[in-house]
Design a protein around this ligand. Sequence first.
Ligand code: ADP
Ligand code: ADP
Length: 236
Amino acid sequence: TPLLEVRDVTFTYRPTRRDQATGQGIHDVSFVLEANASLGIVGPSGCGKSTLARCIAGLQEPSRGQILFHGDRVAAGDDERLRASYWPRVQMVWQDVVGALNPRRRVRDLIAEPLHLYDRRPQEQFEDRVLELLDMVNLPAALASYHPHELSGGQAQRVGLARALASDPELLLCDEPTSALDVSVRGHVLNLLRRLREELSLSIICISHDQQAIASICDEVLVMENGRGRVEALGA
Ligand code: ADP
Ligand code: ADP
């Protein structure tokens, strides 16, 4: 069984106003992601990328079709089950992930948050684990006592990545992981993602407008248009 299978997934938004058209969302999207593989998702604004990502993340239930993780159906709404066996294994990274977190907490607490949720080790070991995670993303230990506003864009994105890695996920769902960064820093974050994919046998789904990002970390790409998608190989 593949790591993730998206099988004929349709998600239709209900119109909230009478003059809104129905049928927006995504239609019959299918793809298969094997372990340690990497898929890009591209397409113009409004084509359905975020809708698909929310379905994969288990945040909304498809109107039709199924999402399978190791062959098991991902059932949005069953938060207890998702928290126990899905969310720790499928982590999200998005642009400005750290900016969205509590600005009063320090980097060490932001990274340790998922440990409190998902890690079975005794709490005394969390500090060591935080330092290990910082090291994994090439950040110095001293950053543990910084607050989010003291970080550069590249550092913040690495902290977001360290936080996502805290639960030892199998799949990273990245939504525009480099788009908020200076061009000069993007390459570093992409190198890091590539290295982590190799070292941790991660699978990656990466939504991005950044051609360089898709080309450097993905093997295949799901090209979306008007809610539909087709998979294309990326010339190696
Ligand atoms: P993308 O992430 O590629 O920009 P989205 O998934 O956000 O695309 O949107 C896909 C389509 O669904 C668009 O036509 C958008 O207007 C519509 N849509 C997105 N979110 C909602 C919502 N909450 N209510 C109604 N329509 C929505
Ligand atoms: P910033 O934090 O300034 O936004 P980065 O975190 O990407 O940018 O990088 C900070 C500095 O560390 C840069 O000068 C870069 O050259 C260096 N650097 C980043 N990643 C690596 C790496 N994998 N190996 C060696 N040096 C690196």
